[in-house]
Design a binder for this molecule. Structure first.
Ligand SMILES: Cc1cc2nc3c(=O)[nH]c(=O)nc-3n(C[C@H](O)[C@H](O)[C@H](O)COP(=O)(O)OP(=O)(O)OC[C@H]3O[C@@H](n4cnc5c(N)ncnc54)[C@H](O)[C@@H]3O)c2cc1C
Length: 508
């Protein structure tokens, strides 16, 4: 609850997609949230197609669906093929890549995935601007305050709360979450260790006019010195293996510089006549060794950075927000069992570490040297096999994502299937309010009694389903993760233990 008018439950630094989604989760649980955003204007050419294109993975799509937001995304209905430059149809349709090596739809054997069924798609594409617009609208509807043009400049935490400075202005909160991106001030000033590896390259995303475009190849071109990709005429991405030197120099990106790099990488004498815009990035891969320091937390790029190859960062950050929101809200409202908030780091850190390694592996086989080229060509051959394409797609689309939670049932820690009741309703539709759910296919009175002891923290949902995968009852966390499941008569001790691990009782 907001205390008076000036103490927020949570101050979030950064109104990027992760800060906005986290704010929505917290406000859904009735927390008072303020977002401070450095930029005056949320719009940027980098957030629009084609540079703003973002591949959404299965956990992200499920999260948006469960909060009733998926239907508000429109762009994926128009754009079905983000990766192919020459649009191919049928089984050779390119649906993703690893280090620029495409995998094709017809090679993916979804029956190999040990995945619980879901009615949402495994992947789709969206645009940064659209995602932020949808999330901003939802956040404002839920009562989140967003102050733009105000950068967090410093902060100080005590046992009771956090004081945040934005220039001369002071804001008070009980918690501060840094969602302020790769160069996060919250991370840098908050005593967080940021461990990892240094970059191999500077990446450029540019929009240019070129006098002699026929000199450049179309699509993705691996060359002796790097890589360039022309997704649409004039929209060029370049990877220059300079050890990240140009990006780190923070020098202005001039037309002359872009031309020099493009000429060198493409081995042509192409002429850039106009530079409309450009930005740089690297494959530096670092991760906060702890996502929490007292009342300060990190989420999204503030907690982990890596190259954008294979499109994982947004998905990773939105997963952080879905995991953190309900835990932080319960902590603020004194509804959290011991250690609930610390489970945010325990669960999300390993997922982040996997993504960092995934990006490092791609960079290794893109390097302009003979060893990398040799490995690249072997992976290229492998990618044309069913097993490799299925594995790669599964990794990129987050199909294997789960948490190692205590529990004897094999489904524990996985995203709950979108069970359909015989009246046509689906369990995902019951998750829009962000509460936990005790799903009882057999309408067992003792489970109803148990759920009642938790008030609205655990919602009791019962009724026969069309397909229940042999289950009789399931305890679902607010983020859609299975906390406990039973195939037959529920064991009273085990459901009580699981419920008290994630929720506190309303009446005891
Ligand atoms: C070229 C490229 C392609 C990509 N493609 C994909 C993809 O296909 N799929 C995918 O999942 N990911 C992709 N990513 C990564 C993805 O865009 C990021 O991981 C994602 O934007 C992270 O979101 P965030 O909210 O954590 O940080 P950001 O989007 O960086 O937002 C941080 C916000 O904080 C604000 N801010 C910064 N400092 C302060 C401060 N001191 N005070 C207040 N506000 C501040 C910034 O202005 C910004 O609005 C790509 C990235 C790039 C560069």
């Amino acid at each position: 609850m907001k205390q008076g008018q000036s103490i927020y439950d949570v101050i979030i630094s950064g109104a990027g997609p992760v800060g906005l989604f986290l704010a929505c989760e917290l406000a859904l649980a009735k927390c008072g949230v303020l977002i401070l955003e450095k930029a005056d204007n949320p719009n940027s050419p980098m957030k629009k197609l084609p540079f703003g294109i973002r591949g959404l993975s299965s956990p992200t799509i499920e999260a948006l669906y469960r909060r009733g937001l998926l239907g508000e995304l429109e762009i994926h209905k128009r754009l079905k093929n983000p990766h192919a430059t020459a649009v191919q149809q049928g089984p050779r349709r390119q649906v993703g890549h690893f280090a620029g090596i495409p995998f094709h739809e017809g090679n993916i054997d979804t029956s190999q995935w040990q995945r619980l069924p879901s009615s949402t798609e495994t992947n789709l594409i969206s645009e940064m601007e659209e995602i932020e617009t949808v999330l901003t609208r939802r956040a404002l509807t839920l009562g989140v305050e967003i102050m733009r043009g105000l950068a967090l400049t410093s902060f100080h935490q005590t046992e009771e709360g956090v004081t945040v400075q934005s220039g001369e202005q002071t804001f008070n909160g009980r918690w501060l979450v840094g969602c302020d991106g790769a160069r996060s001030i919250v991370r840098k000033s908050g005593g967080f260790e940021f461990a990892g590896t240094e970059p191999e390259f500077t990446g450029y995303s540019t929009k240019v006019d070129i006098a002699d475009p026929e000199k450049l190849g179309s699509g993705r071109n691996l060359t002796q010195t790097g890589m360039y990709l022309q997704s649409q005429p004039g929209f060029i991405i370049i990877q220059d293996f300079d050890g990240g030197a140009f990006h780190n120099s923070e020098k202005p990106i001039t037309k002359e510089h872009v031309q020099e790099v493009l000429r060198r990488i493409s081995n042509t004498d192409v002429t850039v006549t106009t530079l409309h815009f450009a930005t740089t990035w690297t494959d530096r891969a670092r991760q906060a060794t702890s996502y929490r320091n007292g009342r300060i937390l990190l989420a999204g790029d503030a907690a982990h950075i890596h190259s954008p190859l294979g499109g994982q960062g947004l998905n990773l950050g939105l997963g952080d927000a879905m995991n953190l929101g309900w835990k932080l809200a319960a902590t603020i409202q004194n509804k959290a069992p011991e250690d609930l908030l610390n489970s945010y780091h325990t669960e999300r850190f390993p997922i982040g570490a996997q993504v960092l390694d995934w990006s490092r592996a791609q960079v290794m086989i893109m390097k302009p040297n003979v060893e990398a080229r040799a490995l690249n060509s072997i992976i290229r051959d492998l990618m044309d096999t069913r097993d490799a394409a299925t594995y790669m797609a599964g990794r990129v689309w987050g199909i294997f994502t789960h948490y190692d939670l205590d529990g004897t049932h094999p489904f524990v820690g996985y995203s709950v299937p979108n069970f359909e009741f015989i009246d046509g309703r689906r369990i995902g539709e019951f998750m829009q309010d962000g509460h936990g759910i005790l799903l009882d296919f057999d309408t067992n009175p003792s489970l109803k009694t148990l759920a009642n002891e938790y008030g609205d923290r655990i919602k009791y949902v019962s009724g026969p389903a069309n397909e229940r995968l042999g289950l009789s009852s399931v305890l679902i966390r607010p983020d859609g993760v299975i906390a406990w499941a039973s195939d037959g008569e529920p064991d009273e001790q085990s459901i009580k233990k699981a419920a008290s691990k994630w929720f506190t009782q309303f009446i005891s």
